[in-house]
Ligand binder design. Structure first.
Ligand code: NAP
Length: 222
């Protein structure tokens, strides 16, 4: 299961996992991209327009997916937003709320509705996408840094709640040329690997995460 499957790292992982023979359940807000994924990848793959920041949409999504697909083996909380670059005091209240709503509350909404079924089955891996900026900081991305530092803490606390056999880890994916990177790095983003190249090494790495990794901050291979 991958949130934010319509673009960037989530899209590239979707394509790579399917190429490797796995079934992917994914979501995003962009209807056009979701329709394209639905056409490209037939059942048991499943793609839906879901805003993870909306708890009722995530509840309905889980209500449909869990009976048809069962609990996810690998849950990737990938969907996130970054603020437009700016000093913290210049970030409008609504923009700050939007970043928190997706990056922290959205991750928690997905955990709230999918993880109980994983816990009941006592298996499954939860990967919450963090960032280099979840372990360090930079000027003009304070809202994003705040949410990614939150992901590190939230995930390590969650790891202490899981039964033996499961794992929750925060993942720094590295630096990859996606829309998000272009929004903060501008033209220099093109000097970084594409999401397709990144997914070739990230997918096997993600598939190897196991219960011995529970609570460990991880970094994808570069
Ligand atoms: N790229 C990097 O170098 C980098 C570095 C460190 C960490 N990360 C992390 O890696 C993850 C993926 O980043 P990316 O670079 O691929 O970003 P991206 O290119 O901006 O893609 C973000 C994805 O999240 C989805 N999304 C955003 N808000 C959503 C919402 N409310 N509900 C559902 N889906 C939503 C977007 O789809 P829609 O617009 O269709 O909703 C899109 O598919 C993020 O957690 C990011 O913080 C990336």
């Amino acid at each position: 299961m991958i949130t934010g499957a319509t673009r960037g790292l989530g899209r590239a992982l979707t394509e790579e996992f399917i190429r490797l023979g796995h079934a992917v359940v994914g979501c995003g807000r962009s209807g056009k991209e979701i329709v394209q994924l639905q056409k490209q990848f037939a059942a048991p793959n499943d793609f839906a327009v879901i805003n993870v920041a909306d708890d009722s949409q995530v509840a309905a999504w889980a209500g449909r997916i869990l009976p048809s697909h069962g609990p996810p083996d690998l849950l990737l909380n990938n969907a996130a937003l970054i603020n437009r670059k700016g000093k913290l005091w210049d970030v409008p209240a609504q923009e700050f709320s939007d970043v928190v709503d997706v990056n922290i509350k959205g991750v928690t909404n997905v955990i709230r509705h999918f993880v109980p079924a994983m816990v009941k089955r006592r298996s499954g891996i939860i990967v919450n996408f963090s960032s280099g900026w979840g372990r360090s900081t930079d000027a003009e991305v304070a809202p994003y840094c705040a949410t990614k530092w939150a992901i590190e803490g939230l995930t390590q606390a969650l790891a202490q709640e899981l039964p033996a056999g499961m794992a929750a880890v925060p993942l720094n994916p590295g630096i990859i040329a996606t829309d998000m990177l272009r929004s903060c790095f501008g033209g220099s983003a093109s000097g970084y690997p594409t999401s397709t190249a990144w997914a070739r090494s990230a997918a096997p790495f993600l598939l190897k995460i196991n219960s011995a990794d529970n609570g460990k901050p991880m970094t994808a291979p570069s």
